[in-house]
Design a protein around this ligand. Structure first.
Ligand code: PMP
Length: 426
C-alpha cells in the first residue's frame, strides 16, 4: 500500500515498527561507506600487473625515442596520445595526455577562462558576472570548481535524453554571461543517463550569445558498460561542433581513474586545433612536463582500446552484481510504497535516488547514525542545495557485496522512516 494513502493511525503504527527496525540496525555497530564512487579492492587488483610493466630493467624509451625518465614532452608521449585518442574517439594530434586527474585539467581550464580568457576573449575575472549551466542532479566536484570562482551556477533539469535543451537554448541565446556547461554525457554521474544524439547536436548547434561559451564534456564513463548487450554510446561532440561551424565550443575529458588506479591513472583533454594550441602554450608555463613513466606503464598494460575494453569487462563482472543487488533491494523494499524513484543504469558508477520531498537530508542523517555513510544529501546540486531535498546518490562499487546488502537494508529502512516522519508532519 502506498504510504501517501495511509491514515494517520496507520502511519503511526508503521512508524513504531520502523523505529524498532532502525534501532536493531543501529545496535549492529555498522561502519559502511557508500559515499564516493570508488572501485572496490578486487577491482583495483585487476590493474596491479601494470606495476610490473616498468622495472629497473625495462626499456624506458618511448616509440619516438623520448627518454621517459627525463624532462620533456608537454602533451604526452605519442603512444599515450594514441591510446587516449582511441578511447576518446579523437585525432591523437589534438589530444593532450597530462597528469593523474581529469578534474585537475577541468579546474585548469576554468581557471584559464577566468584569468586569461579563451582565444583572445575577455578574461571572466574582468566581467561583472559569469554564469554556468549545471545539469542536475550532477557531479559535486564539477560544481565545486565553478563555485570556487564565484561563478553563478544555474541548475538545469535532466530528462531521459540529457539536460533540458529547450531551457538551455533559451538561456544561452540571450545571456552572454553564461560561459559554460558541465556535461557527463554517457552514464552520467549520478543518473546514469546517456545524452541522445539530438541533445548532442542541439548543444553543438545552438546560437550562444557568448562567443567563448564552452561545453565541458566530461566523458568519465565512456568505457564503463555494465552489460555487453546494452552498451550505450554518446555521439561525438567534436564532430557535431565542427559540422555546426562551432569547432572551438567544446573540451572533451577522460581519464583512466576508474579503469586502472584512481589517483594514479592518466588523464587527457581533447579539443580543436586552436584550443589545443592554446592549452599546450599554457601548460608549457605550468609544468616542465607530466609523468611520462606512468603514461608508458599505462600504454604497455592497456595497449589500445581493445585492451581497455577487455579490462572493463572484468570490472563489469565485479560491479554488475552490486548494481543488481541495489536494484533488487530498492524494488523489494520500496517498489510499492509510492515514496521513491530511482535509476537503473546500464553503465557508470551510480544510482540516482529520489525520495519524498523533504526527506533526503533526514534519510542520510538516519543512515549515518546507523553507521552507513552515503553521499551528502544536496551534493548533487550546485551550492549543495537541493531545493526539494529529494536526491541521494548511491555509489555501490566500494563495499563488498555482503556489506552492500547490509548498507542497503539500513538505507531502505531510513528512506521509509524519513517518509513516514514527513507524512505525519503534514
Ligand atoms: N568526472 C566525473 C564525472 C567523475 O565521476 C569523476 C570521479 N568520480 C571524475 C571526473 C574524476 O576523474 P579524475 O580522477 O580523472 O580527476
Amino acid at each position: 500500500m502506498s504510504y501517501v494513502d495511509m491514515s494517520t493511525s496507520e502511519l503511526e503504527t508503521l512508524k513504531a515498527a520502523l523505529e524498532t527496525e532502525y534501532a536493531s540496525h543501529c545496535a549492529k555497530g555498522l561502519s559502511l561507506n557508500m559515499a564516493r564512487g570508488k572501485p572496490g579492492c578486487d577491482q583495483l587488483a585487476l590493474s596491479l600487473p601494470m606495476l610490473d610493466e616498468l622495472t629497473s630493467s625495462s626499456d624506458l624509451i618511448a616509440e619516438d625515442g623520448t627518454d621517459c625518465r627525463n624532462y620533456g614532452v608537454m602533451d604526452g608521449i605519442a603512444e599515450a596520445k594514441r591510446l587516449m585518442g582511441e578511447v576518446m574517439e579523437h585525432d591523437p594530434a589534438n589530444v593532450c595526455v597530462f597528469g593523474n586527474s581529469s578534474l585537475n585539467i577541468m579546474f585548469d581550464l576554468v581557471t584559464a577562462g577566468y584569468t586569461h580568457g579563451y582565444l583572445g576573449s575577455t578574461p571572466w575575472c574582468k566581467l561583472p558576472e559569469v554564469k554556468w549551466l549545471c545539469p542536475v542532479p550532477g557531479y559535486d566536484r564539477h560544481f565545486g570548481i565553478t563555485e570556487s570562482y564565484g561563478i553563478e551556477m544555474i541548475p538545469i533539469s535532466m530528462n531521459e535524453n540529457g539536460p533540458d535543451m529547450d531551457e538551455i537554448e533559451r538561456l544561452v541565446a540571450e545571456d552572454d554571461s553564461i560561459k559554460g556547461i558541465w556535461c557527463v554525457p554517457q552514464y552520467a554521474n549520478p543518473t546514469g543517463i546517456t545524452y541522445s544524439d539530438e541533445t548532442v547536436h542541439r548543444l553543438a548547434e545552438m546560437p550562444c550569445a557568448a562567443s567563448d561559451f564552452r561545453i565541458f564534456w566530461d566523458n568519465a564513463y565512456c568505457v564503463h558498460h555494465l552489460y555487453d548487450d546494452e552498451r550505450e554510446h554518446v555521439a561525438d561532440i567534436a564532430a557535431a561542433c565542427e559540422a555546426a561551424g562551432n569547432p572551438n565550443r567544446y573540451f572533451k575529458f577522460a581519464s583512466t581513474s576508474k579503469v586502472t588506479l584512481p589517483g594514479a591513472g592518466i588523464a587527457a583533454v581533447a579539443a580543436s586545433d586552436e584550443n589545443i594550441a592554446e592549452i599546450k602554450a599554457r601548460v608549457g608555463v605550468q609544468t616542465v612536463g607530466y609523468d611520462k613513466m606512468n603514461q608508458l606503464r599505462h600504454v604497455r598494460f592497456l595497449k589500445d582500446a581493445a585492451g581497455v575494453d577487455a579490462l572493463m569487462k572484468k570490472h563489469a563482472a565485479i560491479i554488475r552484481p552490486k548494481f543488481e543487488l541495489v536494484a533488487r533491494m530498492l524494488e523489494e523494499g520500496l517498489g510499492n510504497e509510492g515514496i521513491a524513484t530511482w535509476t537503473n543504469p546500464v553503465g557508470g558508477y551510480f544510482v540516482s535516488f529520489d525520495g519524498l520531498e523533504g526527506t533526503a537530508k533526514r534519510t542520510v542523517e538516519l543512515a549515518k547514525k546507523a553507521g552507513v555513510t552515503m553521499t551528502g544529501a544536496g551534493a548533487t546540486w550546485p551550492y549543495k542545495q537541493d531545493p526539494r531535498d529529494t536526491n541521494i546518490r548511491i555509489a555501490p562499487t566500494l563495499p563488498p557485496l555482503s556489506e552492500l546488502q547490509q548498507a542497503m537494508e539500513v538505507f531502505v529502512c531510513c528512506v521509509k522512516l524519513a517518509a513516514v516522519e514527513v507524512l505525519l508532519a503534514k
